[in-house]
Design a protein around this ligand. Structure first.
Ligand SMILES: [Fe+2]
Ligand SMILES: [Fe+2]
Length: 269
């Protein structure tokens, strides 16, 4: 796939991904932007305004978190599909989160920041594609179930501050996925769905790198600001994140990503 001719810089390319609603087209656009950047075809410029909210396809129906249907036990095919659908939606939103991070905040960082987060964005697109393919193998597809509309809220709450965005998105939300995924893998294993379990394991190894990139760039930013990284993290999370940061934590996966206990333990008490 090729990007529209008017898209010549990386900021406009990121906005293009956010403004693409169709899932298949968004995933192709995400890959094309990452590839074109890698090949030096996009200028390191950020003039394009980023949309407040990304374009969304007509389906899935988006519901407020409190109105999501209960999933039931994972033993049934329906519950398994609902779980995979929820994960596919998280990956779909994660594509936009990565490209929004670059398009909105890239100007304040060196080109290596763009390298890292466009790679993350294309990995999120790949995760989405894997989960959608799995849904199709099970006779469903992305869009067939309702999805949770709360995920963009973290982006809105941190639209004005790069450090806050890094603290809340990769270092709280993606780190939370590291805490939860091993139990989800075990549940799929428990009902004999080894294909889905293996897929989630593979996704988790990528997600450790995403948390790691978040922590690394957060620390670069706190260094630049001359503030203490764990303390600044705690302050920003308290200020911008409404949910709870609570155990059980996957300390070893978090540690592999450089997100050590001095960051998050104080938030849990
Ligand atoms: Fe992902
Ligand atoms: Fe991720």
């Amino acid at each position: 796939m090729t990007l529209p001719v008017e898209v010549t810089d990386v900021g406009a390319a990121c906005a293009h991904v956010l403004l693409t609603a169709d899932p298949r087209a968004k995933l192709m656009a995400a890959r094309a932007v990452a590839r074109d950047w890698r090949l030096g075809r996009l200028a390191h410029r950020f003039d394009a305004a980023m949309p407040d909210r990304p374009a969304r396809p007509p389906l899935p129906e988006l519901l407020p978190p409190g109105r999501m249907p209960r999933r039931g036990r994972i033993g049934s095919d329906r519950a398994r599909i609902a779980m995979l659908h929820a994960l596919a939606h998280i990956e779909f939103v994660a594509i936009d989160l990565a490209f929004d991070l670059v398009g909105r905040f890239g100007d304040g960082f060196p080109a290596a920041f763009v390298d890292d987060w466009l790679r993350v964005g294309s990995e999120e697109a790949m995760h989405f594609a894997l989960l959608d393919r799995r849904l199709r193998q099970l006779g469903s597809h992305y869009g067939a179930c309702p999805a949770h509309d709360g995920l963009w809220q973290a982006a809105e709450a941190t639209a004005g501050d790069a450090a806050a965005r890094l603290a809340v998105v990769p270092m709280v939300l993606e780190a939370r996925a590291l805490d939860i995924t091993p139990a989800t893998v075990a549940r799929f294993e428990g009902v004999g769905d080894h294909v889905s379990a293996m897929m989630l394991r593979r996704i988790m190894t990528d997600e450790i790198r995403h948390v790691s990139a978040g922590t690394r760039w957060f620390c670069a930013e706190t260094n630049r600001l001359g503030v203490d990284a764990p303390q600044h993290y705690q302050m920003l999370v308290r200020q911008h994140f409404r949910g709870a940061v609570k155990p059980p934590f996957n300390d070893s996966a978090r540690r592999q990503a450089g997100l050590t206990e001095e960051f998050y333990v104080a938030l849990a008490s």
